[in-house]
Design a protein around this ligand. Structure first.
Ligand code: 4AD
Ligand code: MG
Length: 479
């Protein structure tokens, strides 16, 4: 008989005379006459209880069945007498597939710290926390693609290896096949990249935006969803060196359309997770509340599901940078010099402490900040008539800070060119980008959503290294 997943089995209405399950042992307990195995196969949070009655199966059949071992069990699926579970499997056959030495297996049925689990990322999938997170991750990816598909967007694969620095921030990982001992040199003694694989310096992309713009100016509504790489040395709970970004780009959209799209998308995918991952969310909510028991009342966050419902059902606050600076200047932490970076004047870049003050203390809801000073934003953002600000928008979330960065793009050739000159963006290398402004340019807008930042928000986890299977950060590329 074909084996079913535990998720399929426990979703059924009736007892089954015969069923086969396969999975890994989470726990084992029992008495002289009977053994109980908690078997988990990852299809769902719940483990299935396998009952091994020694009057049916010999005690010998339990040999090697320890925590971490894998097995196949056959028997009747019965309504469970005791316990919380609805069903249990009365085993008539049990076969050990792979044993796990209890002395050496690092995961025991007890609470392990997240720090410890990060060191065994190859095994942490086998915990409730990480299997829940990864099931949610899958559902969120699916919801995002479904959302854009329903809205008539086309998914575009933008290159991972590129020769341009989309953000102009220079925080890139070099890609090369040149010898690291004796690279070919130019006459001036510099590394000669003409001899490199691509005949020029190349790096891993920091964003697919520039290429997505090219596609949007032909296909109308497009989005990318790919890995992006940043060599910024930020050892924080919000930064990864390798993360995934969703970047829609839409022809004829202005900044308001762009904000509407971002807000609608975020609400839609959060609602999808509420509707489709309830059990995993409830587990993570309980987990978070356990963790927060030691925190002071004012540091406690809103219950996870309540928080997600709140964001899905309330409008985001839309505020200009200039208004935000006024709020911050007059705020208590600024006046009492509690901020690490005191806001003195218009033009200051906002740090995460300021973003979080606006979202968590002042507005108490997601905030969309617009119209930032042009000097602190990327070259491609459209300049406003005041010539001081650009049509930028950042979305700030409680507990996270910036989750989305986007803008209306500068579609005017002359304005863009002079800005690129001002900001030292090499225009000869970017001729292809400028060409879109020379041939049939149109107003257009887009944004980038950090996938793992959204995962952090939805799962309520505190560290971005725990919402991606194999995190990459300074001094760590294990697994
Ligand atoms: O604000 P950023 O740098 O914007 C761009 O890259 C634009 N090209 C996007 C666009 O308009 N198409 O990055 C976008 C988002 C941030 O808001 C943040 O959520 C996430 O990407 N992000 C990171 N996430 C994890 N680790 C990092 N090091 C991140 N850097 C940015
Ligand atoms: Mg940004």
């Amino acid at each position: 008989m074909k084996a079913k997943t535990i998720k399929e089995l426990i979703a059924g209405e009736d007892e089954l005379a015969e069923a086969t399950v396969r999975g890994w042992v989470r726990n084992r307990r029992g008495s002289k006459n009977v053994a109980f195995i908690a078997l988990n196969d990852g299809s769902t949070l719940e483990s299935l209880q396998i009952v091994v009655d020694f009057s049916i199966l010999s005690e010998e059949s339990m040999k090697g069945i320890n925590v971490g071992a894998s097995l196949v069990a056959k028997g009747a699926l019965k309504f469970s007498q005791g316990g919380k579970q609805r069903f249990e499997l009365m085993a008539t056959e049990i076969q050990l597939l792979g044993s796990a030495d209890p002395e050496k297996y690092p995961l025991q049925p007890k609470k392990h710290s997240l720090e410890f689990l990060r060191e065994i990322a190859h095994l942490r999938f086998r915990t409730n926390t990480f299997s829940a997170i990864n099931r949610i991750r899958h559902n969120l990816i699916f919801a995002i693609h479904q959302y854009f598909n329903n809205q008539g967007f086309y998914n575009i694969h933008t290159p991972i290896i590129t020769a341009s620095d989309a953000e102009g921030a220079g925080e890139m990982f070099r890609v090369t096949t040149l010898s690291d001992i004796k690279p070919p040199l130019t006459e001036e003694g510099k590394v000669n990249y003409r001899e490199d694989f691509f005949g020029r310096p190349t790096n891993l992309t920091v964003s697919g935006q520039l290429e997505a713009e090219l596609a949007a100016l032909a296909l109308g509504k497009v989005y990318t969803f790919g890995p992006t790489f940043r060599a910024e040395n930020s050892n924080t709970t919000r930064h990864l060196a390798e993360f995934w970004m969703i970047e829609p780009e839409v022809a004829f959209y202005d900044l308001n359309d762009n904000m509407d799209l971002a807000e609608d998308m975020l609400k839609h995918v959060i609602q999808y997770i509420l509707d489709n991952c309830r059990e995993d969310l409830e587990f993570l909510s309980n987990r978070q509340q356990e963790e927060e028991k030691t925190k002071k009342a004012e540091e406690k966050s809103m219950e996870l599901i309540e928080k997600l419902l709140f964001v899905a059902n309330n409008d985001f606050e839309r505020v200009t940078y200039t208004q935000a600076i006024d709020i911050l200047k007059n705020s208590n932490p600024n006046k009492k010099k509690k901020f690490e970076y005191i806001i003195e004047e218009w033009g200051a870049d906002l740090q995460s402490e300021h973003e979080r003050y606006l979202v968590e203390k002042h507005f108490k809801k997601p905030v969309i900040l617009t119209d930032y000073p042009k000097g602190i934003k990327a070259f491609y953002m459209r300049v406003n008539d005041d010539d001081k600000t650009v049509r930028a928008m950042d979305i700030l979330f409680p507990g996270i800070g910036e989750i989305v960065g986007g803008s209306q793009r500068e579609e005017r050739y002359e304005v863009l060119l002079s800005k690129m000159k001002d900001m030292n963006i090499p225009e000869e290398e970017m001729y292809w980008y400028l060409d879109t402004r020379r041939f049939g340019t149109v107003p257009h807008s887009g944004f980038g959503l950090g996938f793992e930042r959204l995962m952090l928000f939805i799962t309520g986890m505190g560290n971005i290294r725990d919402v991606i299977p194999f995190p990459r950060f300074p001094k760590s590329a294990e697994f």
